[in-house]
Write a protein that binds this ligand. Structure first.
Ligand SMILES: *Cc1c(COP(=O)(O)O)cnc(C)c1O
Length: 364
């Protein structure tokens, strides 16, 4: 018998989410963003499931890109943050990875690199997020220099990243968008603006390429549900089993620091999942888990390997019962809300100890 904590990864749900996203923006190409081990879902498993259906994969480093190539992925791969050292340009050229150019240093490295096959470059422009990207005023000269370099192919893309696209009330996305269109007024070039939140929340900013991450995994890119986000299917189901049951008296406390105190005679189920398995330490008392299809509240602090749950209100419960921590009927977004974080973090923090099991369709 193995430790029962596991993450089921539903590849049919993944492809369903991709289709949903593609249908929203049928004229755009999709870059499936699979950095950080495909947001914890396993980069190879996810890329194999999507390789014939997307135009490129986006990763955060050359190591992540090489892992995919070595795993047999032939689909174009893009380094979203560009290169971290100048020699990576050579590796990128040899493996035909496309690279972002996010500052003048990277631009110089691209122009000066001693390479024989030219690379595809995406010029990332800082339109207000002030994290990465060349200055708006530098776009034209940067474009000119790269476009005339024999190290660069003709497939230059101009891109930007929105800082507030998940907030539909905040006009900053429109401001960033218009800064971008103004700066490009006399350059005719392939464009990329949207991440998942941009795609759902700001239809006018959909363009030649959408760079999609969280939406593919079924997480909501917007804090408030919207028609489209409600249709997403969560790809990851985190589950485990009840490994102990006991009845405690009113007034008894449960767990580290005794943060939960029984107000009545209570049945406590101990579940084999903890922060060492990717369940958030900060999940507060009352965070729901699913047992026999019913929501039961977390009672007591999350341990490394276990949690404790109040199952008093279940009509029946047994040792070995399956416990769903998040999945189709209990979203990671909701658990993230109870834990002061976002589903992106819950997914990407999933440790290696929790086995990913790839399934097709809901086999539960
Ligand atoms: C991670 C990333 C994305 C994907 O963002 P989601 O919100 O997950 O869709 C898109 N573009 C860039 C530049 C990124 O770094």
């Amino acid at each position: 018998m193995a430790r029962p904590a596991k993450a089921l990864i539903d590849l049919d749900a993944l492809r369903y989410n991709l289709r949903l996203a593609s249908d929203l923006s049928p004229d755009s190409k999709v870059m499936a963003v699979i950095k950080a081990d495909a947001y914890g879902h396993g980069a190879l498993g996810i890329s194999k499931a999507l390789c014939d259906e997307v135009s490129a994969f986006g990763v955060a480093s050359i190591e992540e890109a090489i892992e995919l190539r070595e795993g047999g992925i032939k689909t174009p791969i893009h380094l979203l943050e560009g290169t971290f050292s100048d020699d990576e340009i050579i590796t990128a050229s040899e493996n035909s990875f496309s690279v972002s150019c996010v500052n003048q240093r990277q631009k110089i490295a691209i122009l000066k690199a001693d390479i024989t096959s030219p690379i595809d470059v995406w010029i990332f422009v800082d339109t207000g997020m002030h994290r990465l990207g060349i200055a708006l005023e530098e776009l034209k000269s940067t474009y000119e220099e790269l476009n005339t370099s024999s190290n660069v192919t003709d497939n230059i893309v101009v891109a930007t990243h929105f800082s507030c696209a998940d907030d539909l009330e905040n006009d900053f996305t429109s401001i960033q968008f218009s800064r971008m269109t103004k700066a490009m007024d006399d350059i005719s070039v392939v464009k990329s603006f949207c991440n998942s939140a941009g795609l759902i929340g700001w239809p006018q900013t959909r363009s030649d390429w959408n760079r999609l991450g969280i939406i593919l995994y079924g997480g909501s890119p917007l804090p408030l549900p919207k028609f489209e986000t409600k249709k997403l299917k969560q790809v990851m189901t985190l589950k485990s089993e009840i490994i102990a049951l006991r009845t405690i008296k009113a007034g008894d406390s449960v767990g580290y620091a005794a943060t939960w105190i029984a107000s009545r005679e209570t049945i406590i189920a101990t579940v084999a999942i903890g922060y060492g398995d990717g369940y958030p330490l900060n999940a507060t008392n009352g965070t729901p888990v699913l047992i026999r299809g019913e929501r039961c509240p977390l009672a007591g602090r999350v341990s490394m390997d276990m949690i404790t749950v109040d199952v008093t209100d279940l009509s029946s419960v047994e040792l070995g019962d399956e416990v769903i921590l998040w999945g189709a009927d209990l979203s990671a977004d909701e658990i993230a809300n109870y834990s002061g974080t976002i589903s992106y973090e819950l997914f990407t923090r999933m440790p290696a100890r929790t086995k990913r099991i790839y399934i097709k369709g809901d086999t539960r």
